[in-house]
Design a protein around this ligand. Sequence first.
Ligand SMILES: C[S@@+](CC[C@H](N)C(=O)[O-])C[C@H]1O[C@@H](n2cnc3c(N)ncnc32)[C@H](O)[C@@H]1O
Length: 274
Amino acid sequence: MQTKNTNQKQIKNKKIISKAEIKKMLEGSLADFSNTDIEELYKLNSKKLIKKRAKGVPLQYLLKEWEFYSLPFKVGKGVLIPRPETELLVDIALDNLKENDKVLDICSGSGAIAIAIAKNKEAKGKNIKVTAIEKSRKAFFYLKENIKLNHALVTPIKANAFNLKKALKKSEPKKFNLITSNPPYIAKEEYGGLQREVKFEPKIALISKNDPLKFYKKITLQSEDVLEKNGKIIFEVGFSQAKAVEQILQKHNFKTQIFKDYSSNDRVVLGIKQ
Ligand SMILES: C[S@@+](CC[C@H](N)C(=O)[O-])C[C@H]1O[C@@H](n2cnc3c(N)ncnc32)[C@H](O)[C@@H]1O
């Protein structure tokens, strides 16, 4: 049973910092904050965390969990925070999958795409096998944690996207009906211009060194080895890259389609092998 004293202490501790004070601490700080930040920081009510947010640390890292496709994902330093625009890729993937299809998600990060596909198909009683490949040690930790958290039927593989044959050597299946990928696609020169918050996220998740299209080219090329006949690829792309990615796919005999996100930017390219 709680005593009057502990109760009072809890109430006192809970609302030490008002919303107005939080706003004041963030205004004029380095953070690009929103009403959601104020609301969530009010719930956390920790001066230490508000100070971190004021320095630009993303709210999602302070909360340690973030929602994607209505599912919970653990996030923290070393893994990309799943973005709402990536939900479009999941929508298109779900529309393009048939019973017993096998999916390979490349550059999986937190596992947002792989887990959202697996959970949504499972919810409809469909048997879909999902394999997820991720190279970074820190991101791979979150991928495994999120598979556990969501009880998702996803096989995680820590490997390099540039050598898929080697990555899949010890696992089954080796051929897939659908490849999904939201790879790093930002040019090195663009990095400086990114929002402060984004710079707290891992560079390995954002920058494609030397050539922003490198991942699209390498994955499309290797699809010859890992894609079943008439297989499909779904890529998330930077808003100015859709046409170039279409050309890469078309060169390898894919029929293509571009999809716009909810802000009317080209966001996803679908390729269907002919
Ligand atoms: C843009 S993030 C996307 C993460 C996740 N798919 C999502 O949509 O939230 C790209 C991911 O690719 C991973 N990555 C970068 N280079 C890689 C490589 N050569 N092989 C495999 N994964 C790589 C990064 O660690 C990062 O997790």
